[in-house]
Each structure stands twice: as structure tokens, then as C-alpha cells.
Design a protein around this ligand. Structure first.
Ligand code: RAT
Ligand code: ZN
Length: 416
């Protein structure tokens, strides 16, 4: 047992946080089984939708013209606009620079063609190994959408599996647009109707169960608008209470709710056109209270919801707060949220997920987040050391292991 003195604390915390092999519980990455769905390389990095939104602020080019350009041309435009004509200090731009640095490329050279050459000379399999190694990620959880035809075909056909990519069943169309989704279920052989009668609800449950089993999904997930309310007289509320709740209970897997996205406030921007709105914490409390034997993972997109979400988590052990999602995945907000969470919930949270869409992003999102989480942890240990309490190296490692994967695993095992 090694007791850590105040002057050894910084080093001990940094060592624990930087060396932990972590679990990334929400990404949009795919294993090589999914072919082109696995995005990687400099042109994908530069055309990340966070960077497209930033680029379009500097140009009066019609959106359609941008979408007609090839990926390479789009990447050239982003590079020129955000990295050459302006300084790349936004978090998404800085991320690209961190990736280049981690790959050992010359950041000061600003040589986009040189970066492209690096990627042309590496195979995807080697690159996947390399990124997992360099980023210290044990495994990521994908976002697996059975309503996406390309993805669906892989699951039904050539899927082989890779321990580093685990599945989560994503069900947005089921919950957010039943009025059109029911026809797809019908096409696939489920005996459903537009009307949510008993037979249809049973078939939706069968659909969920079959896909959870097929994917070996660790949880079910959905992104929801700020207007999400429960209880409510709506298709969505009915499907949640009659299908999602019983199936997640039966399979003992969490239902992950990502709440607060306003889809396509600017449709011209496509994937980059979504925004944020304040959501309703009563809805989260209602579900946790009414279904104490169910497990919920919750992240909310609005900064304004973060405090009440922490308070709700204090009240409901069947709820696990996770990540600094999307527009919150910025240093100042990660720091604020992590402090708030540690102060209200101690280490009983999942402080971060990456939401990576491009494999390479694992090389920056975790470097940036690890640093901030370590800073906050250091402050928190320091505060208790000041009282005369001591912490050991083992205890720091234990806490860090929990924050970066252990809490998630323990939650999966819970049977309330
Ligand atoms: O963060 C993002 O990339 C968003 O576009 C969304 O994918 C969001 O994270 C989601 O999972 O809906
Ligand atoms: Zn996401």
C-alpha cells in the first residue's frame, strides 16, 4: 500500500489516468466487418460534421454546391478555411492537430498532401491496431442501427465480430417516427400495424429481442428531442412503456437516453444541421421512479440540464449519468461538468464518452478529456488530503478504473 503525499499527488493521478485502458461507451465507429462504414484518414477527419458547420460560417457558397464536391475537395476547403485562413483553435480543429501529432506527423509543416500520403501507405487493419494501441482504448461501443440498410445487411450476413467493437442497439426511428417505421417492420416480417394494439406491441418486443441477441447489444439507445415527455399520450411513450421497458428489463440491459437534440434546425447542413434545446428532467425522474428494476443511462445535451441531472442521479441508483455529449465536449464545459458531477456524485459516474465518428478521433478526444478529468481529480484528492485523509496509489487506480470503464461494467451486472 503506497500512501501518496501531497507533492506526489499530481504525478500519481496523471499516471493512473494516462495509463488506464478505457471503455468508450458511445461512438459511431465500426469494425472492419462494416467496410466503408468505418471512417478513417485525414479527409474523413477534415470532413467531420463539427468542422463542416464551422467552415460554412466563413463562406457564402450554397450548401448544395458543397455537398456536390468530392470528399477530397470538401477536405481541401475545410483545411484552407479553418486551418490556413484562420487559426485552428476551436476544439474540433485542435483535435485534428492532436491526431497528427499523435501519429508523429509534422504539424508545423501544414502539409495536407504529406498527411494524405501517410494514410495511403497504411492498411486499415494495421491502422485500427495502431489507433487502439496509441489511444489506450480497450474497446468502443458502436451505434448499431438496424434501420440502416447497409449496416443491417452486415448483421444479417458477413458479420464476424471484433472484441474491440461492441454493439449498442440504436432505435431512433422506432421511437421518433413510428408513423413511417411500422411499414419497415412489416416488410421484415413482423406482423405490425400503424395502430399500437396488443399484437403490434408484442411484435415490436420480438423485434427488439431478436436484434439485441443478434448484436449481443450491451444496451439500447435513442436520441431524443427537448420536447421528450413521459408520461404522455403518444406513440413514443407507448412504445417505451410497453416495449423498451419490458425488453430491457428481461434482458437486464440499460436503456440509454440521449436527450436534447433539435434535429435539422438547418436542413441545408445535413448532419451538421442539428442543434440543442433544454429538456425535461421530470421525464427522466418519472421513468427512474416508475421502473426501479430498469436501468437507465442518461446524457443531456443542454448545459442548463446538467445540474438537475446530477441531482436526479443522487435520487435514483438505477440511473447512470454519462459523457459530455457533442456541443458539451469542449474543455471548459467538460471541466465544469466533471467538477459538478464529482462534487455531487463522487466517482459514481461515467465522465466521458468520445462520440467519435472517425477512428482517428480516438487519438484526440481521449487525450483532451483525460487531461481535464485528471485535473479535476487532482483538485478533489487535494481537498481531502488537506483534512489529513490519505489516499493510496491503489485507491487512485481503483477510482480511475471505475471512472473509465468499471462503473459501466458494474452497472451492466446490477439486478435491481
Ligand atoms: O455527436 C454527434 O456526432 C452527433 O451527430 C450525434 O451522432 C449524436 O452523438 C448521436 O449519437 O445522436
Ligand atoms: Zn453519438
Amino acid at each position: 500500500m503506497k500512501i501518496i503525499s501531497a507533492h506526489e499527488l499530481r504525478k500519481a493521478v496523471d499516471k493512473a489516468v494516462n495509463s488506464v485502458r478505457l471503455v468508450d461507451i458511445h461512438t459511431h465507429l465500426y469494425s472492419t466487418d462494416f467496410g466503408n462504414m468505418l471512417l478513417w484518414g485525414i479527409d474523413e477527419l477534415l470532413t467531420y460534421h463539427y468542422l463542416i458547420a464551422e467552415t460554412m460560417r466563413w463562406t457564402d457558397m450554397p450548401y448544395e454546391k458543397f455537398w456536390q464536391m468530392s470528399k477530397r475537395e470538401q477536405a481541401d476547403l475545410v483545411w484552407d478555411t479553418l486551418f490556413i485562413k484562420n487559426s485552428p483553435f476551436s476544439e474540433a480543429c485542435r483535435g485534428v492537430l492532436t491526431v497528427l501529432e499523435k501519429l508523429g506527423l509534422d504539424v508545423s509543416g501544414r502539409n495536407l498532401e504529406g498527411y494524405r500520403k501517410f494514410f495511403e501507405n497504411i492498411s486499415v487493419d494495421r491502422y485500427v491496431d495502431m489507433v487502439f494501441e496509441l489511444s489506450g482504448v480497450k474497446y468502443v461501443i458502436m451505434t448499431n442501427d438496424p434501420f440502416d440498410d447497409t449496416e443491417r445487411n452486415v448483421w444479417l450476413g458477413s458479420y464476424r465480430g471484433d472484441e474491440r467493437f461492441k454493439a449498442a442497439l440504436r432505435i431512433d426511428p422506432l421511437l421518433n417516427s413510428w408513423s413511417t417505421t411500422w411499414e419497415r417492420l412489416r416488410e421484415w416480417g413482423y406482423n405490425v400495424t400503424r395502430e399500437l394494439n396488443e399484437g403490434t406491441l408484442a411484435e415490436i418486443r420480438r423485434f427488439l429481442s431478436e436484434w439485441i441477441d443478434r448484436m449481443n447489444a450491451l444496451y439500447m439507445a435513442v436520441s431524443l428531442p427537448p420536447s421528450f415527455r413521459m408520461p404522455e399520450d403518444s406513440d413514443r411513450a407507448m412504445i417505451i412503456e410497453e416495449c423498451i421497458i419490458p425488453v430491457s428489463r428481461e434482458k437486464n440491459i440499460p436503456f440509454a437516453m440521449m436527450i436534447g437534440v433539435k434535429k435539422l434546425v438547418n436542413p441545408g447542413l445535413k448532419l451538421a444541421g442539428d442543434s440543442v434545446g433544454k429538456s425535461d428532467i421530470n421525464t427522466v425522474e418519472y421513468l427512474c421512479a416508475k421502473y426501479p428494476k430498469n436501468k437507465f443511462m442518461v446524457t443531456m445535451l443542454a448545459r442548463e440540464n446538467q445540474h438537475e441531472l446530477c441531482v436526479a442521479a443522487r435520487k435514483f441508483r438505477n440511473m447512470l449519468v454519462f459523457g459530455c455529449w457533442w456541443f458539451l465536449n469542449n474543455p471548459s464545459l467538460i471541466e465544469e461538468m466533471t467538477r459538478m458531477r464529482f462534487e455531487l456524485l463522487g466517482p459514481s459516474v461515467i465522465p466521458q464518452h468520445s462520440d467519435c465518428r472517425v477512428l482517428d478521433q480516438l487519438l484526440y478526444k481521449w487525450v483532451h478529456s483525460r487531461k481535464i478529468i485528471a485535473d479535476v481529480l487532482f483538485d478533489k484528492y487535494n481537498d481531502i488530503l488537506a483534512t489529513g485523509w490519505h489516499v493510496t496509489e491503489e485507491e487512485i487506480n481503483r477510482d480511475v478504473e471505475k471512472l473509465f470503464g468499471g462503473n459501466f461494467h458494474d452497472f451492466l451486472k446490477m439486478q435491481f
